[in-house]
Design a protein around this ligand. Structure first.
Ligand code: HEM
Length: 550
């Protein structure tokens, strides 16, 4: 009996090794080496080489040691770190069919049941269908119809800033959360305690944890998903269950509420109601409705967590560069005047404010690693073997490195010395744009660590179309480019113009009446957020105060 067991185990082992060997032969017939990288420990590989906090900092220093294409392996998961424009362009642009999939995280897609989200889906038919619906309602030509709602939400934002300026971080988040709920589901969110908002924020928090490669072991060792949630150390299972419930609530209740209101004729017009009406007579109505639910369900998570930190960084920029604020005030006074708020119709006449928005997006992009991509098949590149199913990341830490350089000359020298890192603000950049258009390329953007909106302007103050527009680059490129970018740019412009028109942002004062110096710190995560900092936000004048409060 024991012998039979031993023999069958040995046979099983031999079959397993043979299959693994043949598969390797098939995928890598030339027996090419993997790209270089730090040495791997037995079984766990580079598990302890990837920190939870700010992994791009580590990736960046690894790139200095190993070059612009690095291989890491954690348990059985290959990860390729790309850190040059040349490599990124070759892979993500020229071979986009191979490099456009997403990493199918067990934690996200299975345990949190987020496989429906097209932002996480592999490139394919389902992705195409759902993205098409999204595009229908958030495209450049559609979003202008939300201008009115946008202004309404910005008015609330200004009132909140006036009432509790010290909470400007929360208000900066709330304005986008409320806008997206408003536009998408027709909901009017009164405050942060709204139950749908609370659930959406919890889900978002979980998503941010789970999207970070290496954050949960189960992504490297999928068998762990079978561990029962009650077991000690199965915290990830309990968290996933909680976040999954938050997700169901946030995705479905607002949708179902709008649908129910539509049936009884009391619905506030919104994207959901428009979409449901458009498919009312469709033969495959049930399927269309499900796809619509999935499509719109992606907006909140993708939109709030990116737009909010961008607005928070705007406050930091204004605090740090008061002379820029003064120039923006002058433009707004001249174009808009004291008796009304700026509207989207003013936008073409406010090039300086437009340049401020561009510079905020360029200065500190909030998606330094974009979203991880995944290889659909194995590939050969520069004589290296890139295994099928590798996570492929671009390192963009250079923008943080740049901040530490104080003078322009020093900065340029350093950036030029490490130019390959300049090229990797996001791996998606490589899909379309050439080197010269990188966000911190010191040739295109001299002194890139400095906040200088005027870099986008001609001497006569008009926008200079020859300066590469960072709003294109920071939203990714190619097949996966951010489909919410039009709404995002409009709403960011609206909020920034309104704040500049009505408030002055200055350093907060300490107990002795001295200005508090602020050192910006970024929190870790795939979408690093600025840590809260103090500042004073006061109405610019009595007329401005009246505009805010009336
Ligand atoms: C400052 C604001 C924003 C930034 C910086 C940003 C940036 C990005 C980036 C870098 C990607 C990944 C692109 C890629 O993988 O190549 C992305 C994807 C996405 N974004 Fe945005 N985004 C912003 C706002 C928004 C808003 C407001 C929405 C919704 C209305 C949105 C919806 C999405 C969706 C659904 C995806 C997934 C697309 C896909 O995988 O096909 N984003 N975004």
């Amino acid at each position: 009996m024991m012998d039979a067991l031993l023999y069958s185990s040995l046979l099983g082992l031999v079959v397993w090794i043979t299959v693994a060997f043949l598969r390797k032969q098939r995928d890598n017939p030339k027996r090419l080496p993997l790209p270089p990288g730090p040495s791997k420990r037995p079984v766990i590989g580079n598990l302890f080489d990837i920190p939870d906090d700010a992994p791009w900092v580590t990736f960046s220093s690894m790139a200095q040691k190993y070059g612009d294409i690095i291989h890491l392996k954690v348990l059985n998961q290959h990860t390729i770190i790309i850190s040059s424009m040349e490599a990124a362009s070759d892979l993500f642009d020229k071979r986009s069919a191979i490099y456009s999939d997403r990493f199918q995280s067990v934690m996200l897609t299975e345990l949190m049941d987020m496989g429906w989200s097209f932002g996480l889906m592999d490139y394919g038919d389902m992705w195409r269908k759902i993205r098409k619906i999204f595009h229908q309602y958030y495209s450049a030509s559609t979003i202008r119809q939300y201008d009115g709602l946008q202004l309404e939400n910005v008015r609330v934002f200004l009132k909140r800033l006036h009432a509790t300026p010290e909470k400007f971080f929360d208000h900066s988040r709330f304005v986008f959360a409320a806008l997206l709920m408003n536009v998408t589901y027709g909901m009017h969110i009164e405050d942060e305690h709204n139950e749908h908002l609370v659930e959406a924020e919890k889900w978002q928090h979980g998503f941010n944890q789970a999207i970070q490669p290496g954050r949960f072991w189960v992504d490297y060792l999928p068998i762990l998903k079978y561990i029962p949630a009650w077991m000690p150390r199965a915290n990830f299972k309990r968290l996933a269950l909680q976040w999954r419930q938050n997700m169901y609530h946030a995705r479905d209740r607002p949708f179902d509420g709008a649908k129910a209101d539509l049936i009884i004729g009391t619905a506030t017009p919104s994207i959901v109601t428009e979409a449901l009406e458009s498919i009312a007579d469709s033969p495959d109505k049930a399927e269309q409705e499900l796809l619509t639910r999935y499509s719109l369900g992606a907006a909140f998570g993708a939109g709030v967590d990116t737009s909010a930190p961008t607005l928070q960084l705007f406050f930091y920029a204004m605090l740090t560069y008061p002379e820029i604020q003064t120039k923006a005030h002058a433009e707004l006074d001249r174009v808009v005047g004291p008796s009304r708020l700026p509207t989207m119709d003013d936008r073409p006449n406010l090039p300086y404010v437009e340049a401020i928005l561009k510079e905020v997006l360029r200065w500190k992009p909030v998606t330094p690693l974009a979203l991880p991509h995944y290889t659909a098949t194995s590939d050969e590149y520069r004589g290296y073997y890139i295994p099928k199913g590798s996570i492929v990341l671009g390192v963009s830490e250079i923008f943080i490195d740049c901040l530490s350089f104080t003078t322009c000359t020093e900065h340029i020298q350093e950036c030029l010395a490490s130019l390959r890192f300049v090229f990797v603000i996001s791996l998606e950049f490589a899909l379309i744009i050439p080197n010269r258009e990188m966000l911190h390329d010191p040739v295109e953007y001299p002194c890139p660590d400095q906040f200088r909106p005027q870099r986008f302007l001609n001497p006569d103050g008009s926008l200079n179309p020859d300066v590469p527009d960072p709003s294109v680059a920071c939203f990714g490129f190619g097949r996966r480019i951010c489909p919410g970018r039009f709404l995002s740019l409009n709403s960011l412009f609206s909020a920034i113009a309104a704040v500049l028109h009505t408030f002055t942002i200055t350093p907060a004062l300490d107990q002795n009446g001295k200005p508090v110096e602020v050192e910006l710190r970024m929190q870790s995560g795939m979408i690093p957020h600025p840590e809260p900092f103090p500042c004073s936000i006061q109405p610019r004048s009595l007329a401005a105060e009246a505009l805010v409060t009336n």
